[in-house]
Design a protein around this ligand. Sequence first.
Ligand code: LMR
Length: 354
Amino acid sequence: MKNLIYFSIAFLVLLIGTLTLIFKIFQTEDKLAFDDEQIGLKDQVVIRFSHVVAENTPKGLAVQYFADLVSEKTDTKVKVEIFANGSLYENDEEALDALKRGKIQMIAPATSKLTTSFPEWQLVDLPFVFPSYEAANEAFNGDIGLYLFSLLESDHLKGLSFWSNGFKQITSNIGPIQSPKDLSGQHFRIMPSELIEKQYSLLDVNPSKIPFNLTYQSLEDHIVDGTENTLSNIYSKKFYRVQNHLTISNHGFLGYIVLMNNDYWNQLPPDIQQVVIESMAEASEMIQKKSIELNLQSFENIKKDSDIEIYELKEKEKKQWVEELQPVYELYESEFDNDLIDELHKIQEKYEEE
Ligand code: LMR
């Protein structure tokens, strides 16, 4: 009997000891798991922003600037996570689809990439559409911008801003290209816009819609002879290294539309919406200045880094290009709202006189 009592006491002591030990271990693990940064992360709003260009381009820098401002103004509560160079979605079409499905929250495609869904955005693709950066800004700060932005709502898209990259130039392996007839018989990479396609067909060029990040390879492998783009894109993506001729033609304009998914926008708290609006306004102002500077800088870098033959169109030659491309206006003007095209002509006249 005595033995049984001793045994029971010993068992109880052992049980209590074991339970105390287990309890202590759990307490320690709880302490180790506590991390105030983790608690912060749970409350953090993450905006995933995907784009296809390099970081050192007007768009790349503006996205970074926007992200920094948002983080600063929200005391890091909102983080804009950037995926540059098509690292998350290879091309703008995939990114637009992902935005609509809520997989990412922001994109800034070239306006031409929206033209399949919104044909009126082809207005920006018209040849020699804006005589200057100021003309583009005036168009987008006025009725043209208002109208084009309003179209986006039907597809649950929130247009936050129009950003300029700048003027498109021509590069090719077959050249020099001085007059439009020099392009005859060539094969060109273009962005997906029916208007751009028609424009090149008119010049007897075979146009192929190839994603931006496959362009370098297509040029290097001679799948296409040439392409058009801004100097900052030609430089940052090294197109100039696989092309023999560069013509400074300023024949088209490359602009971007910064987009959010409308449902995502609507569920953001008003204070965060306000920060996004303010930061976007500052980033838009920044890109306006930076794009001019970067395109000039890229031109200098291309001259320094390569033997590419450069030809700058003279004023008289430019007139010839304008005339040759006039039929594009005749083909498309009836597709745009009359007031829109009247407004565009007013802006063109105003800035061409300057
Ligand atoms: C292109 O496809 O050439 C452009 O859209 C790239 C860019 O600047 O976004």
